[in-house]
Design a protein. Sequence first.
Length: 216
Amino acid sequence: MRSARIWPALLAVAALIALPGCATESTTDALPQRGTGEQMKPLVEQFKDARAQARSDFEREALDRAIKTGKIDPADYEEAFNRYRRCAQDAGLDETYTKLPNGIYRVTPASAIEDVEAHGKVMVKCAQDAGLVSLEALYRTQVDNPDLLADPKLVVVRCLVKVGLVPPDYTVEKLSTFLKSDVEDMTDFDPMHPEAQKCLTAGGIALVVDRTPSGG
């Protein structure tokens, strides 16, 4: 059977890997389903909150710059990701890194991972130590969510409607059902369409569909 995997963005890396065979929800499901357009705090306030919990001098300095300028410097996000990648590679993690058009990196672990839990723990530690957990979440909001919508799935839905991949009456609930579907039932839109990938990434969802039939 063809398979789909949802790899949560590193900002939500604690619930890491979906099982092959059907698409399951990413960690954005832990957030309330607010489809009414409720907003987050202003970005600078979010930067200050993250600064209070920063783990390293690099993370604090990057957030200090963001507080001063009103935005995360792309160079700081790049440096945080490079730190994550070095840590992951030094730990022997088998991953592919793809920079998407919005500047966010997609991390795709290898399809055959013997110990998923152990892999996830290393990812979490590397992301935290690199300062990537906070910086990626904030940078993603900055570039993909200018309306500061509190519900990441609403960000995805609005993007899908805007690019014409779903009708104007498409809802957050329909997207949630879609993400739980078996690959063969993913008929709302082509999740691997480049524009769909951009929209999913904007909501912190990295969905990868293997269209080749498996043996057996």
